[in-house]
Design a protein around this ligand. Structure first.
Ligand code: ZN
Length: 251
């Protein structure tokens, strides 16, 4: 048992049970879990499993709160190496425990909705809670980094990319002429709930200024400073944390 694992055990308010990764439980997960969502919207966001076009916040995609905490069951694929990749994922999960009222707990058979961390192709997640379990893909060898774990978890908690915020036009200019063919949808503005937080270039949910560029030129430019570099956050910003706390009523 690693120190990080111990921290997870200690910081959750309900007992965690150890689960079998090679027996019946894994069969159960495969039978209820979503099909691999290879068609992605907004770069790394998989379509809703229910194909519901209504904005996430209006369809109950938040995870339910029970008392002071929001318990989110998780299952981590045994394909990740125990000493390294698994610890990085657990560290990312635990980082929410120390700053928000989200509490990740180990999946149990009676949990209908849960996050299933597995190594599919690429780094991606669904937006908000889906019905019946949902994959968070962190591909081995390319996605198992602290910032990426936090980024994909934030999607699963209901958060969109910063540069598609409903008020983004006040802060950034999208340079369509530099965007790769077929990637324009990644920059489509969304009707987001900004929770009275300011636009945040340091958000772990912000793309870089050259994201999906076809010619090395910027695709996103800050209106306040055309030379501003952004999109390289190593972890959640204070705003990212505040939004989780606001959306889930942690305070
Ligand atoms: Zn993303």
């Amino acid at each position: 048992m690693t120190p990080v694992f111990l921290v997870l055990l200690l910081m959750t308010a309900v007992p965690l049970i150890s689960i079998c990764t090679h027996g019946l439980y894994i069969v159960f997960i495969k039978s209820v879990c979503c099909a691999a969502a290879e068609i992605l919207i907004h770069g790394d966001i998989a379509p809703s499993l229910t194909k519901n076009a209504v904005p996430c916040t209006a369809t109950g995609c938040k995870w339910p709160k029970s008392g002071r905490y929001v318990y989110v069951p998780v299952f981590i694929s045994s394909a990740y190496s125990k000493q390294h990749e698994r610890d990085i994922i657990i560290k990312g999960l635990v980082s929410f425990h120390s700053s928000t009222c989200i509490r990740f707990v180990w999946w149990k058979p009676e949990n209908r909705d849960y996050l299933y961390f597995m190594s599919k192709t690429g780094c991606w997640s669904h937006l908000g809670r889906q019905n019946g379990g949902q994959i968070v893909s962190l591909q081995k060898g390319g996605c198992v980094y602290h910032k990426t774990v936090q980024h994909e978890i934030l999607h699963a908690l209901g958060f969109h990319h910063e540069q598609v915020r409903s008020d983004r036009d006040q802060y950034v200019q999208i340079l369509n002429e530099n965007i790769q063919e077929g990637k324009e949808h990644n920059f489509r503005k969304e009707q987001t709930n900004n929770l009275e937080t300011s636009y945040d270039f340091t958000s772990v949910m912000h793309y870089s200024r050259n994201a999906f560029s076809k010619n090395g030129q910027p695709t996103i430019v800050a209106k306040s400073n055309a030379n501003l570099i952004f999109g390289y956050a190593s972890e959640m910003s204070a705003n990212d944390i505040a939004r989780v706390n606001k959306l889930y009523g942690c305070w």
